[in-house]
Structure formats: structure tokens, C-alpha cells
Ligand binder design. Structure first.
Ligand SMILES: [Zn+2]
Length: 114
């Protein structure tokens, strides 16, 4: 019984996190500060409820400072293929750099443009 309640709680948290992240992306181009805040809310909720951030948004958090990034606003994204194909994401807030390997160009495009 208790276990079920926990699962339900997590399900609700997952839904709220996805909603917050979608909202963050919607407002980001117009109101970057608000977008950042929504991203932060989602991150805190995820930490508190031990729910994982959905895969499609995971790379959007800076590994160094934890900010929720939006390419073109507070992050630079470059596609590189030296040695292995990967995306380079640079956080403009702290300057942190992160490399994400990918297998096909198609997938990279999907990650970037959704
Ligand atoms: Zn950062």
C-alpha cells in the first residue's frame, strides 16, 4: 500500500517536471529569467522526489553550475566530429563545457531542434 502511494507520488512529480520543462522552453526566448527559474524548479523537484529528468532535457542542465540552459541564449551548441561525433555545449553562465557523443547526425538534429 505504501509502495503504491510512493509510486503515485513519483508519477505526479514526473508529470509536473515535464510540464515545468515544457513551460520553461516556451517562455525562454521571451523571458530568459523566467525560463531559468522554471528549469530550476523542475531540477529541485526532481532531486527532492528522486525522479530523473527526462532524457530529452538532461543535456540542458550545465554539469558545472546546474543552470537550465537554452541554446542561443545562455549556451552555445556546436557539432564536432574530430575523433568522434559529438556535440559541444558551452554554458555562458559559468563557461563550463560538456561533450555529448552521438551516433548519427539525425539524432543530433533531433536533440537540437525537436
Ligand atoms: Zn554552467
Amino acid at each position: 500500500m505504501r509502495r503504491k502511494a510512493k509510486e503515485r507520488e513519483k508519477d505526479l512529480a514526473r508529470q509536473r517536471i515535464a510540464r515545468l520543462l515544457r513551460l520553461a522552453d516556451e517562455v525562454y526566448p521571451e523571458e530568459p529569467k523566467l525560463g531559468l527559474q522554471y528549469g530550476e524548479l523542475a531540477r529541485r523537484l526532481a532531486l527532492r522526489t528522486k525522479v530523473k529528468i527526462p532524457r530529452r532535457w538532461r543535456w540542458r542542465y550545465c554539469k558545472e553550475c546546474g543552470s537550465f540552459l537554452y541554446p542561443g541564449i545562455n549556451a552555445d551548441v556546436r557539432v564536432r566530429s574530430r575523433r568522434f561525433p559529438h556535440l559541444v555545449i558551452r554554458c555562458r553562465i559559468c563557461g563550463g563545457i560538456r561533450r555529448i557523443p552521438y551516433l548519427r547526425e539525425k539524432r543530433a538534429r533531433r536533440v537540437l531542434h525537436r
